[in-house]
Design a binder for this molecule. Structure first.
Ligand SMILES: Nc1ncnc2c1ncn2[C@@H]1O[C@H](COP(=O)(O)OP(=O)(O)O)[C@@H](O)[C@H]1O
Ligand SMILES: [Mg+2]
Length: 223
């Protein structure tokens, strides 16, 4: 079975796609065959590069949109609502199967969640439930600045309450010259969160070949 990671975050727009793409890129540069997976994408109407497109570009994968993200919706809404507006419901079993198929033949699969852990995919199935179904360790993405200690520790508590393993936290985008507050946040989260806290600088998203490597220690056991 392919090694994998589930990239979640303290919320939406915190940098999950960028971190997942950076991990995927790091593995690809090492010569690994990398698959990417995103259970549901919403906000296609907004006309910016989609999460599945950036993940594919960074990983060098040749997966189709459908293989990367089985559920894709136009409105920028929570997935359970976007699905309901389209007259359907996201099926946990279809997600499990799609992730398993994506991982076939790959050395590693990099999955990105949607929003944070307690976002519903369907009325009875949260992102956290999908993370548990897939069984991969989590990487938690968070902002460097004020407010991040609380958001990050709440996310760790929610993960651990469900028995999920947290492999690392990544603060992004990490400034070239971090302030006292940002440095203190990193130390405080590491101390109270009892896990490694990495940082990712501001990347030029148009050019993955310029990105520094990002690979939490011990994340992929067999690679
Ligand atoms: N390290 C980084 N380098 C460049 N842009 C970043 C970085 N971290 C976050 N961003 C920016 O923050 C915004 C949200 O990032 P994104 O990965 O799309 O968030 P999420 O997937 O959590 O919704 C994007 O505009 C993204 O370009
Ligand atoms: Mg994203």
């Amino acid at each position: 079975m392919a090694d994998g990671v589930f990239v979640t975050g303290t919320g939406t727009e915190v940098g999950k796609t960028v971190v997942a793409a950076a991990i995927a890129r790091t593995l690809a540069v090492e010569g690994k065959r990398v698959a990417v997976f995103k259970p549901a994408v919403t906000g296609l109407d907004e006309g910016v590069e989609t999460d599945h497109a950036l993940l594919r570009r960074a990983s060098g994968s040749d997966q189709s949109d459908e293989q990367i993200a089985p559920y894709r919706y136009g409105p920028p809404a929570s997935p359970h609502l976007a699905a309901a507006l389209a007259g359907e419901e996201i099926d946990p079993e279809r997600l499990r199967q799609a992730a398993a198929e994506a991982a076939e033949g790959a050395d590693a699969i990099v999955c990105e969640g949607v929003g944070g852990l307690l976002v519903p995919l369907s009325p009875a199935h949260l992102v956290r439930d999908l993370a548990a179904d897939l069984g991969y360790p989590l990487v938690v993405v968070a902002s460097p600045g004020l407010g991040t200690i609380n958001h990050t520790l709440l996310t760790l508590e929610s993960a651990r309450a469900a028995g999920l393993e947290v492999a690392a936290i990544v603060l992004t985008p990490w400034p070239a010259e971090p302030t006292e507050i940002e440095r203190s946040n990193q130390e405080t989260i590491a101390a109270l969160g009892d896990t490694q806290v990495l940082t990712l600088p501001l990347l030029d998203l148009s050019d993955p070949s310029s990105w520094p490597p990002l690979l939490p220690t011990g994340l992929f056991r067999s690679l």
